[in-house]
Design a protein around this ligand. Structure first.
Ligand SMILES: [Zn+2]
Length: 315
């Protein structure tokens, strides 16, 4: 749980992977699902469309692994060699006896705590001012064109890039170029849905994205309405793919709240989930447990101490 309030009042309280049955975030709000034509149109003034603020606080991230340790919202002093914060963005896991502030993910030492302030060393944290970098991948340009306005609406403080995937390059896929914060894979449901595992189109794409973004991945399936208004995805379809379709991995991803299926446009609960996922990616929160995913997808950063210990063991 972050140590400070999130910047958007629209965000849900969920910081953990949420089982599908608990993802009914929009139910009971009285907001009815709008039936949209093929091209989604969003009313930017509508209070029912969840969105992040146009400007977001700067992130101070661990130099070693990129996890957000503090934000400009709690910055109280900036000196040549240190930056001082009134609180951390991440959970302060240190005990009182130990004044060292550790990165919550890789456990690198990033600074010290002293009487309610956190003094982070400039060479241990990197200030990031840039927007959320989103990469949208699909086999079809139309799916990319339709999802980009949704993402920029939900998280205006973002740059969205896109990549049309070629079927010939899907096996053994590797990303090149600057690493995005969030990868969105969009697939149009045109019959047999082959997403992950042995016969899935996107298994290696999602795996490479998972490694590169440390789990900040979203899979969107279009032309597939959820069966219940508050659901994030067609639960029957995902269960069938996972248990009978030889695609357990997409089931595991959906259990993390990272699969959305919609007909032509997302529902309000799905927009809310998009906001949660984009905000999580922006703040580079430590990845949670991801049961059921291929083990090599999970990249655990190693701290300088761990690296030093490994060297000592080798020598
Ligand atoms: Zn770290």
């Amino acid at each position: 749980m972050p140590a400070e309030p999130r910047p958007s009042p629209n965000l849900g309280p969920n910081d953990r992977p949420v089982p599908p049955e608990e993802l009914n975030v929009g139910s009971g709000t009285g907001i009815s699902r709008q039936v949209k034509p093929d091209v989604p149109v969003y009313d930017t003034e509508s209070p029912s469309v969840p969105s992040a603020p146009k400007e977001m606080p700067a992130r101070f991230v661990c130099y070693q692994c990129g996890t957000c340790v503090a934000t400009s919202e709690s910055l109280v002093d900036s000196r040549d060699d240190v930056v001082v914060f009134s609180r951390l963005y991440c959970k302060d896991s240190g005990d009182r006896a130990n004044r060292t502030v550790l990165c919550p993910d890789c456990e690198s030492a990033v600074g010290t705590r002293s009487e309610g302030t956190y003094i982070l060393r400039r060479e241990r944290v990197e200030q990031r001012l840039e927007r959320l970098e989103i990469l949208v991948c699909s086999l079809k340009q139309q799916e990319i064109s339709e999802v980009i306005p949704v993402l920029t609406q939900v998280f205006p403080h973002s740059h969205v890039h896109s990549k049309i995937l070629l079927k010939a390059e899907l096996r053994g896929f590797q990303f090149t170029g600057p690493a995005p914060d969030l990868v969105v894979v969009v697939h149009r449901n045109e019959g047999r849905v082959l997403l992950t595992d042995r016969n899935g189109f996107y298994h290696d794409v999602i795996g490479a994205a998972w490694q590169q973004t440390r789990g900040n991945v979203l899979v969107v399936l279009t032309k597939t309405e959820p069966k219940a208004e508050a659901d994030l995805f067609d639960t029957g379809l995902l269960r069938s793919l996972s248990t009978q379709g030889d695609q357990p991995t997409i089931g595991a991803i959906s259990a993390l709240g990272r699969v959305l299926t919609w007909g032509s446009a997302p529902s309000t609960p799905q927009l809310q989930q998009l906001l949660t996922l984009t905000t999580t990616a922006y703040f580079r929160e430590p990845p949670g447990n991801a049961p059921g995913l291929p083990g090599h997808w999970i990249v655990k950063p190693t701290s300088k101490q761990a690296q030093a210990a490994a060297w000592c063991a080798l020598l």
